[in-house]
Write a new protein. Structure first.
Length: 649
């Protein structure tokens, strides 16, 4: 009988508590065990920042606001009051926090008997010092059965804009964080690839348009790191975090300067040309102001819309005037501005925090830099065609020149044409080699983004491994590209030095010991009376690494590679000869002629389907020419390949 009376009293007290809780906007987490969104909670605004938790806890009447709240003034302290009620017979654990990384102070208070438990969080607290390790300010809250717990959240923010108080299960939070990580790392992967590609064009062509584009992409990457909150993992200070927001107006600086060069605005209209420099000046002023006072960041938000819209207007004007590549510009800027509108609307709490509003700017800026990179690559073709046209006109004018001068001009023209054809073929090959793995990366990221939960863990790891290998191949290709481009413009100097031959060869073999061990390939070093050589150590390292790597790549398991170094006399001159011979598959006669030149099929797969860049042997040949040496190849009489090169003593 006593048991039934207690049960009845429990039900009555629960009903009374329910009525009171609804009046105070309690959230019943016992009813909905999943994440709670769009709920109401209390708000106390401390305009003078003088309240402490004891004073706040005594306030019984406060404003009721939505869980997504728009901070319009950075001066007050905002105290959010969240009451959680557990009407279930089980203990429930929830994550409570703010879905924005830019909030400087986020402190969580809960009353434990007569003492306050405080969880200090926010931008000012390093991630490693937080109770819940995350880029976002979150804390764990444990609610006992039939318990009602009040959580006070103290918020100080130097930024204005919308923040969202979140109440979510830890499993759901981990899942959404994985998806967000994929989005951000996919963005950074594309951005860094394009950054390196633009750096290659900048080094090779030395035009200002590529310089401005390069720094625009860097500014976008910095902004994305700050916006995502992953900057928290770099353990940077709050002061540096705020100063890095100068990247936002720098985006405006470089995209405006890029517009000047890309659309050739000076020839389009002089008043537009000078007006764009005024816009650049405005962004530079904002950069300086933001470095000293972060509140000027809000001015930048006001300034960016009319200026970006004006840039789009210039693009449309250039399109009407039939300016080259203006269609690319209009398309890129249109997508970029749409993303900018979505970001601003989200910041001002005009649109809800959904996937398209949250990441619209990231996708908009990503498509912008992709379209601009395609346009800049096409610009190379246009410049090349213009050069060919100019050359043709010059040839027509020079028909009346003397025979000896005409002969020199024809020879020079032939050299230029061959050089241009080689560069065209080279650019075409590189564009294809970059496009294929980049398309694979984007395709796999899209599949993972759309159907992440449908894949088993081993399948996810397999797909991530494919992404890693594609990125690794792109990096290797770009690294060789940069070396090759520096050779072409004589940026790599020949610096001879006395080199210990045994140490040189042994160190390079050691680099590939693990790779050779995986294929069970034995590498033998045979040095015949050569102790020292005077040459460029860095160039020799590059040559040996490429030849040893190729030997391992094209040799089957249980194969053998022999490296021989010996003296050699050619035409009464002393040389040292390096030989790298393997027992691999050898090279077909039709490919031998293309080994040291740019061709359509420079790269081939190894015996274990290893992917190469196709530039290694070309780099070897160029380096040896700088060192006064020469490289040779021949197939072994039985099986395999034999590369050798000579250097003067």
């Amino acid at each position: 009988m006593k048991k039934y009376i207690l049960s009845l009293l429990t039900v009555i007290l629960s009903l009374i508590s329910s009525i009171y809780a609804n009046h105070n906007h309690d959230i019943d987490i016992g009813v909905n065990l999943n994440d709670n969104s769009d709920f109401e909670l209390g708000l106390i605004v401390d305009s003078k920042r003088e309240y402490d938790i004891e004073k706040v806890a005594k306030i019984k009447e406060y404003e009721t606001v939505s869980s997504r709240y728009n901070i319009i003034d950075s001066r007050p302290t905002y105290w959010f009051v969240l009451r959680l009620r557990n009407t279930s017979p089980q203990r429930i654990e929830k994550l409570v926090g703010i879905n924005e990384a830019f909030v400087e102070v986020v402190n969580f208070y809960t009353l434990n008997d007569t003492l306050w438990d405080i969880d200090v969080n926010g931008l000012s607290i390093p991630v490693k010092n937080r109770s819940f390790i995350s880029r976002l300010p979150f804390t764990k809250v444990l609610i006992e059965p039939y318990e009602t717990k009040t959580i006070y959240i103290e918020v100080n923010s130097e930024f204005i804009g919308a923040i969202e108080i979140c109440l979510i299960n830890e499993g759901k939070y981990a899942y959404t964080e994985q998806l967000k990580t994929m989005v951000y790392w996919g963005y950074w992967g594309v951005a860094v690839t394009i950054l390196l590609f633009s750096l290659f064009f900048l080094i090779f062509l030395k035009e200002r348009v590529y310089l401005y584009y390069f720094f625009n992409v860097i500014s976008l990457i910095v902004f994305a790191i700050l916006y995502s909150g992953y900057s928290q993992y770099f353990n940077i200070s709050t002061e540096l975090y705020y100063k890095l927001h100068v990247s936002s107006p720098l985006i405006g600086v470089f995209i405006t300067l890029f517009t000047l060069e890309f659309l050739n605005v000076k020839n389009l209209s002089k008043w537009l040309y000078y007006l764009l420099f005024i816009i650049v000046g405005g962004y530079i002023v904002l950069c300086i102001l933001i470095l000293f006072d972060l509140s000027f960041y809000n001015w930048m938000l006001i300034y960016v819309f009319p200026t970006m819209t004006f840039l789009l207007f210039i693009g449309i004007f250039a399109l009407i005037k039939k300016t080259k590549l203006s269609s690319y510009y209009v398309l890129a800027m249109s997508i970029y501005i749409i993303g900018l509108i979505l970001l601003t609307a989200l910041t001002l709490n005009v649109l809800p925090n959904i996937f398209i509003t949250r990441y619209g700017f990231l996708f908009g800026s990503m498509f912008e830099i992709l379209i601009f990179s395609l346009a800049l690559a096409y610009k190379v073709r246009i410049v090349h065609n213009e050069k060919e046209q100019i050359q043709a006109e010059l040839l027509n004018k020079e028909q009346t020149v003397k025979v000896d001068l005409e002969f020199q001009v024809k020879n020079r023209t032939k050299e230029l044409n061959e050089s241009n054809k080689t560069k065209d073929k080279f650019f075409s090959i590189i564009a294809h080699d970059l496009k294929s793995p980049l398309s694979s990366v984007l395709g796999l990221l899209e599949i993972l983004d759309n159907d992440y939960e449908s894949f088993l863990e081993n399948k996810r790891r397999e797909m991530i491994n494919v992404l890693y290998n594609s990125a690794k191949n792109m990096y290797s290709l770009l690294e060789n590209l940069l070396i090759w481009s520096r050779i072409q413009i004589d940026k790599i100097e020949y610096k001879p030095d006395k080199i210990n031959v045994k140490e040189l060869v042994s160190s390079n073999v050691e680099l590939f010991s693990q790779l050779a061990s995986q294929k069970q390939i034995e590498i033998n070093i045979n040095i015949q009376g050569v102790k020292y050589i005077t040459s460029d150590k860095n160039m020799l390292n590059t040559i040996l690494r490429n030849l040893i790597s190729n030997g391992i790549k094209f040799t089957d398991k249980n194969g053998f590679i022999e490296i021989v170094i010996k003296n050699k006399i050619i035409n009464e001159k002393n040389y040292v000869e390096f030989i790298v011979a393997d027992t691999g598959v050898g090279i077909s006669p039709e490919r031998i002629e293309k080994l040291f030149v740019v061709s359509d099929d420079m790269s081939t797969l190894g015996t274990s389907h290893e992917k190469g860049t196709g530039l290694g042997l070309i780099l070897c040949k160029d380096f040896l020419e700088k060192m006064g040496g020469e490289i040779f190849f021949q197939n072994n009489s039985t099986r395999g390949s034999r590369f050798s090169f000579i250097l003067p003593l």
